[in-house]
Design a binder for this molecule. Sequence first.
Ligand code: PLP
Length: 397
Amino acid sequence: MMTGTTTKFEEIAAREEQFQLATYKKFPFAPVRGRGSWVETSEGERYLDLYGGHAVCATGHCHPRVVEALKSQAERLLFYSNVVYSDVRAVAAEKLVACAPEEITKAFFCNSGTEANENAMRMARMKTGCERIITFTGSFHGRTADAISATFLGKYREIGKPNVPGHVCAEFGDIESVAALADETAAAVMLEPIQSMAGVRVAAPEFYRSLRRLCDERGMLLIFDEVQTGVGRTGEWFFAGSDAADGVVPDVITLAKALGSGVPVGACLTTEGVASVIKENDLGTTFGGGMLAMAAVVATLEAIEEDGMLANTRAVEVYLRESLASVPGIVALRGRGLLLGVEFEEPVAAKVQKALLERRIITGTSSDARVLRLLPPLCLTREEVKSFVEALKEICG
Ligand SMILES: Cc1ncc(COP(=O)(O)O)c(C=O)c1O
């Protein structure tokens, strides 16, 4: 029997490879514990984590408030489904809605980002009676049938064949291309307000404003997939309603990743207008809204608030921008808050990522070979940024 810290990496890797489908390219280490922006491996090596388990660990690894809330909830009641009321679900829904722009009044809990997007698209079709969903070049919305059909990045739609009909693709940032597809069959425009996997692509604030206007004119819903941008990642609770969105509030916001600090949980947030057409049994899930996940949501929101992580995110972004300006080979820092794409002059992101990993710093790549992605915990410090920038200088100098 293997036990946590005494297990050596080779044994862990061999066993996973033997018994798990080989669907992921993996980093060559096995983290066994974590704290803040750091993880420690089975070999006792410490890594600075600027990838955050793919944007999930926003409160940092094992935030004490989250750990305590999970322990205490686990001792009280691990789970009961949505056929009962729940004290902790009631608090989670209220708190989440309170963090959102005021037009957003209702939450629906599920288990992942792809599931949140599936439900958002269903809500749009129910509200409008129409089928067509307009998404964008470079979009990534998940891997279940409807979500993968809405994903126009790379080969995902091909993997997801046969695709759900009714999905069409506009040019990200180009309102005319959206208008051309917005016919009487269109139910919704869905977008990641910052396209993360595509290389951290951001549109001008006017684009979101024009989308809102077009959706209102043509009776379509506007859906923001905030699976990555939500829950504080951009230095605001949500991209929706922020200055970067020119204050635009969509009809549905989808969330996952950071929402449970690592406990799987997704959500759709929506307006009274949309909620009014959703009836009993229209949406559902066994695990969504379970007590353990809800305890994680409450603790995550409280940790972000009490530790001042929104302000920290904005301050660290400024510091990163200043510090990276002096690193050779970097031409831009894309994105907002701590969803950032370091853009190099050349397509060297994978090489730089590997060199950083050798220096025990974890970062991400993207579908753009010039862009290295940073999705660190929102508690990242200046000291940690300094170590990253020093390492980059060594690599790029
Ligand atoms: C923007 C966006 N939407 C949806 C998803 C799918 O989320 P999940 O993997 O939780 O299903 C992801 C996952 O990376 C994502 O980045």
